[in-house]
Ligand binder design. Structure first.
Ligand code: ZN
Length: 247
């Protein structure tokens, strides 16, 4: 049976019923950290793996370009940057996803445009083996790499970018919003998400079926990106569409 809707109009209707209103963020003297979620080859370099875009994807390309612009601006000011890198032990599955970002494949490394961060003194790289970076940052002794980073720098605001808007970005941001109220990062006041530097993947119902996947694997990009932003905003994250840094 053909669908009774078309996706572009459904996305427009959803945006009308559940609006997200990105604001402009001007970063000044307030202590801000940039969090980059999973901008690794396995998610953001064309053809790099099971979960990488199969063809050039404008939303992903714009995310990488805007992340590079922001990261260079942060680095010039010696402001802190934390990058999550999805990294899995080979052969250890992460359901419901197919194998991805296994250690040693190169999928688990930053995309070429951001590889300079590996050598940058302002950047902290955190490898994680699960969707939620806050959980992935928990060490064997119970301490947390994100909490330690926020507290060491006395960060007042986190600006979050990356992939996927409605998966790893959203899970991290929603958890961070709870952690903020739990008072073990006393300096942290604001959690901002840059909509234009986030992206998610596109998998139509038809392509899912052609790959032998259930129709519930369908993941239309514009719609799920909007839903991710909506849920983060509805829990208290500030969604921004434009980020300006003071000189
Ligand atoms: Zn993963």
């Amino acid at each position: 049976m053909p669908d009774s809707f078309d996706l572009p109009s459904l996305t427009r209707q959803l945006a009308q019923a559940m609006p997200v209103a990105p604001s402009k963020l001007e970063l000044g003297p307030q202590s801000t950290g940039l969090v980059i979620v999973d901008e690794v080859n396995g998610f953001a370099t064309v053809g790099a793996g099971n979960l990488a875009p199969p063809v050039d994807n404008p939303q992903v390309s714009e995310m990488v370009a805007e992340t590079d612009r922001l990261a260079r601006a942060f680095s010039e000011r010696a402001w802190p940057i934390l990058a999550f890198l999805d990294t899995h032990v080979p052969g250890k599955p992460e359901p419901p996803y197919p194998p991805h970002c296994e250690q040693g494949t190169g999928e688990e490394d930053l995309v070429p445009e951001l590889a300079w961060l590996e050598q940058d003194a302002n950047a902290t790289l955190v490898r994680k083996d699960c969707i939620n970076g806050f959980v992935g940052a928990i060490r064997a002794d119970g301490s947390n790499a994100v909490v330690d980073w926020v507290n060491a720098q006395q960060l007042q605001r986190l600006l979050v970018v990356g992939i996927c808007t409605d998966i790893c970005v959203m899970d991290f941001v929603l958890t961070l919003l709870s952690a903020r109220n739990h008072d073990f990062m006393p300096s942290l006041k604001d959690i901002s998400v840059h909509a234009g530097a986030c992206a998610t993947y596109d998998l139509s119902k038809e392509v899912a079926a052609s790959l032998g996947l259930p129709e519930t694997a369908a993941h239309p990009q514009a719609l799920t990106h909007h839903m991710g932003l909506y849920f983060m905003a509805s829990r208290g994250a500030e969604i921004v569409g434009d980020v300006v840094l003071a000189d």
